[in-house]
Design a protein around this ligand. Structure first.
Ligand code: P6P
Length: 342
């Protein structure tokens, strides 16, 4: 006979899940586990503030500009400070880097340093904040490369293949945290009534049959011939396949997350709209690489149009990169169009 308790699906908090993952690694010391806990806590705090954004007069810009030359939204600053304040004193990190800071963020001298490096985009898509469109936090975690003392830029400029963990938090109709430590991609949904992230999407696999393509076709005139032909192919213009539907939120984490669960491809290609930025708008270190890691862990793939994002050697903290990410066959098709037509 099935009792009520049998009928209820397993309820696993992210803390329990991370601990269970740690237990399968005898060498684990718990430092990474605690680092992931604190990122989940940051997500809860940021989610709480975003949910109330319209009520606490936090909307709007601070009037300042960040290193990207973009207006800093107050929620950007709040998210950035929240992640920093949860991690500056724990002794787990050698150094941090954030989209909101021009240089690496050192651990204050009064605190000890640790073996991990944390890179993050505290609130991606922040230009959408005032319109109540989903935004997100993206993070990457590496082992430090330098031996000891304060972490350096070298510790931050690592290829994605060397990631220890990466993930994102999407603040949408619900708040979800998706992360991977290289053993699959797993999704947790925040239950605000108890303040817990509960396992809702174990072992995410991108569906083999894609539904959407996501790109800002308003800039099509600035794309290469290969990318324009690729877009036509996605739309079914060659008659060989049914066209995909276009879905584009203009918030990377929201677009990525939807395609990860529905199947599809997101791309922000190199373009000629800004001669200063020939490699497109997205940042390699704390946007493309962590999302590429999650995508590959879910059976997908990410490319800059010519090579795997996870194989690109970063050379500067805020460098930009073209990004094609989603179903492997769709991303590889983009590479072949670019190879053939530029
Ligand atoms: P566009 C948001 O500002 C962002 O950095 C990403 O979240 C998003 O994918 C992209 O820019 C949207 O850029 O040029 O299409 O408005």
């Amino acid at each position: 006979m099935t009792t009520d308790s049998d009928a209820i699906g397993q309820i696993t908090t992210i803390e329990r899940f991370i601990l269970e993952q740690q237990s399968s690694h005898p060498e684990a010391t718990g430092v990474l586990t605690n680092l992931l806990y604190d990122l989940a806590l940051a997500g809860k705090i940021i989610a709480s503030r975003i949910t109330r954004a319209g009520l606490v007069e936090i909307l709007g810009s601070t009037g300042e500009e960040n290193v990207q030359g973009e207006e800093v939204q107050k929620l950007d600053q709040f998210a950035d400070r929240t992640i920093y304040r949860l991690n500056d004193h724990t002794g787990r990190l050698a150094v941090m880097a954030s989209e909101e800071h021009a240089d690496v963020i050192p651990i204050p001298d009064r605190f000890s340093t640790g073996k991990y490096v944390l890179l993050f985009d505290p609130l991606d898509g922040s230009s959408n904040i005032d319109y109540n469109v989903s935004v997100g936090t993206v993070f990457s975690i590496y082992h430090r490369k330098t031996q000891d003392g304060p972490g350096t830029l070298e510790d931050c400029l690592q290829v994605g293949r060397d990631l220890v963990a990466a993930g994102y938090i999407v603040y949408g109709s619900s708040t979800m945290l998706v992360y991977s430590t290289g053993h699959g991609a797993h999704g947790f949904t925040l239950d605000p009534s108890v303040g817990e992230f509960l396992l809702s999407h174990p072992n995410i696999r991108i569906p083999e049959t894609p539904l959407y393509y996501s790109a800002n076709q308003g800039y099509q005139q600035y794309w290469s011939e290969g990318v324009r032909r690729y877009t036509g192919w996605l739309q079914g213009h060659d008659g060989l396949r049914k066209g995909l539907s276009l879905r584009y939120v203009g918030s990377l984490v929201a677009d990525f997350h939807r395609n990860l669960l529905s199947g599809g491809v997101f791309y922000y290609p190199a373009d000629t709209k800004d001669p200063e930025q020939p490699h497109g708008k997205l940042r390699l270190l704390y946007e493309a690489i962590p999302l590429a890691f999650v995508a590959e862990q879910a059976g997908g793939y990410a490319s800059d149009g010519r090579q795997a994002i996870l194989d690109v050697q970063p050379t500067s903290l805020h460098q930009r990169s073209p990004l094609f990410v989603g179903n492997r066959d769709l991303v590889e098709k983009a590479e072949s169009f670019i190879r053939e037509h530029g």
